[in-house]
Write a protein that binds this ligand. Structure first.
Ligand code: ATP
Ligand code: MG
Length: 718
């Protein structure tokens, strides 16, 4: 805060007209945008200011104009050397004296800057520095000296959120900026950011010890962005869908963000094969790919989230400092200008972003030239589960649909209350509400059928729980997630195998192995049921593709049965659907392995069943002269028995699987069901072992082979 005498001495230009003149003269802009003038006037009057503006909102002007409004310098703390360099070049082009101090500069340049600062009448107007340098005692004492001469007009902290959410991880040095207030108690501080969630704003203001700051918040609304969500689970092929979206948009500039490297590679290969000028930004070829994209040699870049971060930085958003520096400033010295492609027409999230803020930032790369652009999010249940796993330890499982009023939801997560009407049909939810409702209905039933996970929130109404939760995750949760957390090993079966492999000694005896596997299986299902499992059986889930394949197999088996039985005329397609549905209803929820076994058993059964058994099985009216099984409708999805609720009437015979031929229907029958209507029941490992134990304690007259031999045989079969 400037003293009155100092303020009068420097005669700052506070009046709007004078400031607008500066804007026009130096920058060629006709008017101040939104909150720019308020911020400028506040800091010129010596008041602290917290300025929250979206990316590209014009935050720089809030400290550049004050630097021109009165003698002295403005100190700008910036997290990236590239950003500083970029701005300094821009200022110099406009004839404004700006410099930056960093370790990348020669001693000569630094000395020249220090000499100018010590001169008592510096020609410099804006000095950009890193937070690291600012916090050093040497530089602080220099600042004090400049200040004592009444020449330090303002300290601007750009990307001020680094002090809070990102600062903990990436820029602890931003934390040291809190000492600025002690060293320079009466110099106004201007904190600028585009990414502050309400609690981060508070943190920034407290950390910088802002005193009675003027808090300015511009709207985060991006009216030129159209938001659309596509549901992977309702698409036959999400790759093909994206390919057609990109094609239908013409040869436009696009960014596609993926969660994992493999998806990134596969997707970019797929899109390239589809004739799209596309490159995947993986670690091997990142520099050339990024160069190609920045220089418009490639139009679409597919990036993993991690390398997407580099991309954000290339687009002037600070996220992962080290990568960016090593990449751009050291590998490509001098290439920092012109890295901002403003003509990105489409930003696609092929996987769910980590947080609403990440989504906003990433989708905000589209349409920086203010022209109509699109943000497209592919929402997938598995993605959500994977993201949940990555962010794991997820305290905030409460979710909210991203389905309705996308724009409202995004803005609310930044604490902005807006009327739905603001959207003006610029998202799919407002533009095609009926279509969206249909999709969501389909999605809900798909989810219920698959029982993928316990929570799904598809509401047609906005919840008003403070906008705390969303389909995305709070940034708090992100701290626990990293790219390394992304594991392919989320298959329950894999998990059991892994546990078994890692912990079970190869010398372990049979009983030990059984106990161990039993334990592993039990804990796997326990976790699965409580929906808190770490290793989620997503890969073990029965997919639509798998179901289709099973139908085909059953169809073939039915055709063969018909050839064998001759006197039977059946509607193959409907019968195959019926049988597949039965398998799915019984074991679809239990995972691929059980489902597979059930389909295989059904096929074996079809190879031996006689006409009566078959017609009974299919519920066909045999009185009809020509038997037609015409049930084209899938039977209602009866609640599938959980593994714990398996029919109790499993016999030792069927569990053994060794008493009689595996190919004969008798080997799989239950006692209480007639041979013609029962399908073999697949026991869980625990059930199998328990039954085995019971059987072992009873004299068995029907089986010729020893229990151990039977068991070993069964183990080999599994
Ligand atoms: N009043 C204005 N009128 C027109 N254009 C402006 C105005 N103020 C700033 N701009 C332009 O807006 C663009 C973005 O400005 P700036 O880089 O300062 O945004 P920012 O808020 O710092 O964005 P980021 O969060 O990406 O750093 C620049 O090209 C700048 O010249
Ligand atoms: Mg900026």
């Amino acid at each position: 805060m400037q003293s009155t005498s100092q303020t009068q001495k420097n005669k700052p230009l506070h009046e709007k007209e004078a400031l607008v003149k500066l804007l026009r003269w130096h920058f060629g802009h006709a008017q101040f945008r939104d909150k720019q003038l308020d911020a400028i006037q506040a800091v010129l009057s010596g008041r602290d200011c917290f300025c929250l503006m979206p990316t590209g909102g014009g935050k720089s002007m809030c400290y550049q104009i004050p630097a021109l409004a009165k003698p002295g310098i403005v100190l700008v703390v910036s997290p990236l050397i590239a950003l500083m360099e970029n701005q300094v070049i821009g200022l110099k082009e406009k004839g404004i004296a700006g410099e930056f101090l960093s370790s990348t500069q020669t001693m000569q340049v630094k000395t020249k800057i220090y000499e100018d600062l010590d001169s008592g009448k510096p020609s410099l107007r804006l000095l950009y520095v890193t937070p690291e340098l600012t916090a050093t005692p040497g530089f602080m004492s220099k600042l004090k000296k400049i200040h004592s001469r009444g020449l330090l007009n303002l300290v601007a902290i750009d990307e001020a959120h680094c002090i809070s959410s990102w600062g903990h991880d990436f820029r602890p040095s931003y934390r040291k900026l809190s000492s600025l207030r002690n060293y320079l108690p009466d110099v106004p501080i201007l904190a600028l950011t585009a990414t502050a969630a309400p609690k981060v704003q508070k943190d920034v203001m407290e950390s910088l010890c802002l005193q009675n700051p003027l808090v300015l918040k511009s709207s985060f609304n991006r009216p030129n962005l159209f938001y659309e969500v596509r549901y992977k689970d309702l698409l036959d092929d999400a790759y093909a869908d994206l390919c057609s979206v990109l094609k239908s948009n013409g040869d436009t500039c696009a960014i596609v963000y993926c969660l994992e490297r493999t998806t990134c590679d596969e997707l970019s290969a797929y899109l390239s094969a589809g004739g799209i000028s596309c490159a995947g930004l993986n670690d091997k070829a990142r520099s050339s790919v990024l160069d190609d994209w920045i220089s418009s040699r490639k139009q679409v870049v597919v990036a993993t989230v991690a390398f997407g971060l580099i991309l954000f930085q290339a687009l002037h958003v600070y996220l992962r400092f080290d990568d960016f520096l090593s990449f751009f400033c050291f590998e490509h010295p001098g290439s920092c200008t012109g890295i901002d492609r403003k003509d990105v027409r489409l930003v696609c999230h092929f996987n769910i972003p980590k947080s609403m803020e990440a989504f906003y930032q990433e989708s905000g790369r589209a349409g920086r030239d203010q022209l109509p652009s699109k943000s497209l999010l592919y929402y997938g249940m598995d993605d959500r589960r994977r993201m949940e796993f990555i962010l794991s330890k997820n305290q905030s499982k409460n979710s909210q649909s991203f389905s309705t009023r996308e724009r409202k939801k995004i803005l609310e997560s930044f604490g902005e209350q807006i009327p739905v009407s603001l959207c003006k049909n610029s998202c799919d939810a407002c533009k095609h509400p009926n279509l969206l409702a249909k999709y969501l209905g389909e999605l809900t039933s798909a989810v219920l059928q698959k029982n993928h996970f316990s929570q799904i929130f598809i509401s047609s109404q906005d919840r008003t729980d403070g906008g705390q939760y969303s389909e995305f995750w709070n940034r708090d949760d992100e701290a626990s997630g990293s790219e390394e957390d992304i594991s392919d090993c989320d298959d329950g079966i894999e998990a059991v195998k892994k546990v078994a492999n890692s912990k079970l000694s190869t010398k372990a005896g049979l009983n030990e192995r059984i106990n161990f596997l039993q334990h592993a299986e039990e804990s796997y299902y326990r976790n699965k049921i409580s929906d808190k499992q770490v290793n989620k059986p997503s890969k073990n889930a029965v997919s639509d593709v798998l179901r289709q394949g099973s139908k085909e197999k059953l169809l073939n088996a039915l055709r063969q049965a018909q050839q064998r039985l001759r006197n039977l005329t059946i509607e193959f397609e409907a019968s195959a659907i019926f049988l597949e549905n039965e398998c799915y209803n019984k074991y679809g929820k239990s995972g691929k392995s059980f489902y597979y076994s059930q389909v295989a058993s059904t096929i074996r059964w079809l190879s031996t069943a006689n006409s009566i058994e078959l017609t009974n099985r299919l519920g066909i009216d045999t009185d009809s002269p020509s038997v037609n099984f015409i049930s084209k409708e899938e039977p209602p999805a009866a609640p599938s028995p959980s593994l714990e609720q398996r029919p109790a009437q499993i016999t030792g015979k069927e569990l053994d699987g060794s008493c009689g031929s595996e190919n004969s229907i008798g080997a799989f029958q239950t006692e209480s069901e007639s041979p013609s209507t029962s399908l073999p029941v697949i026991p869980s490992f625990s059930e199998f072992v328990n039954r085995r134990k019971v059987k072992d304690n009873q004299p068995n007259t029907s089986c010729k082979e020893s229990p151990k031999k039977n068991f070993d045989k069964r183990m080999r079969l599994q």
